[in-house]
Design a protein around this ligand. Structure first.
Ligand SMILES: [Zn+2]
Length: 172
C-alpha cells in the first residue's frame, strides 16, 4: 500500500525585533565561543499555511559551558525560565525550539545540529513535533550576526524565511 505524504509547506515565520536584538546581545557576550538557548512564541494553524511567531528568547544560563564549536546549556536554569515565561504570558507562549551561534562561520546546520533537531522532535513529539533551529553565523564587526532559521519536518531540516515584526503583543 502506498502512503501519500503531503509535501513540505514552509510556514510563515515572524520574529520580533526584540527577539533579534536579544539574540545579538547574547551572541556578542560569548563570541568567539558558542552560545545558545531557547526560542519562545507560538504557532497558529490555518487551513493552508501555518504561522509561527518567535516572540522572545531564553539565554544559555549561568552554568552553561561555552566552547569554540559547541556549548552545553544550563538546562535546569532554562527550565525555570521557561516555566516563568509560560506563567507570565497568560496565553499560548511556548517552547518552539533552540538557537545557537556559529561564531566566525556560516549559519548552516552541522551534522550534530541535525541530530539535535531530531532528538528534540522525538523527545517532545506531542508538544513540539516541528522544532525550530535558529543559527547565528558570522558575528564579526564587519558582517554582524547572520540569522538563519531551520525547521525540522518530515525527518529533516528545511531552511525557512523569517520576517521581522516590531511587536505583535496585543497590549503593545
Ligand atoms: Zn551548530
Amino acid at each position: 500500500m502506498r502512503v501519500l505524504r503531503r509535501p513540505f509547506v514552509a510556514p510563515r515565520v515572524w520574529v520580533t525585533d526584540d527577539a533579534l536584538n536579544q539574540l545579538a546581545r547574547e551572541a556578542d557576550l560569548h563570541t568567539p565561543l558558542e552560545t545558545g538557548g531557547l526560542l519562545l512564541g507560538y504557532w497558529s494553524s490555518h487551513p493552508r499555511k501555518d504561522e509561527v511567531l518567535i516572540e522572545s528568547i531564553i539565554g544559555p544560563g549561568p552554568d552553561a559551558q561555552h566552547e569554540r564549536s559547541r556549548f552545553k546549556p544550563d538546562a535546569s536554569w532554562q527550565r525555570q525560565e521557561l516555566a516563568d515565561a509560560d506563567g507570565a504570558s497568560g496565553r499560548v507562549t511556548t517552547y518552539l525550539g533552540d538557537w545557537h551561534t556559529h561564531p566566525g562561520s556560516v549559519p548552516a546546520p552541522s551534522r550534530r545540529d541535525r541530530r539535535t533537531a531530531r532528538t528534540i522532535a522525538r523527545a517532545h513529539a506531542a508538544r513540539v513535533p516541528r522544532p525550530l533551529m535558529l543559527i547565528l553565523g558570522g558575528g564579526d564587526k564587519a558582517t554582524g550576526w547572520i540569522p538563519r532559521l531551520h525547521l525540522w519536518d518530515r525527518g529533516r531540516l528545511h531552511e525557512v524565511e523569517m520576517r521581522r515584526v516590531r511587536d505583535r503583543s496585543p497590549s503593545g
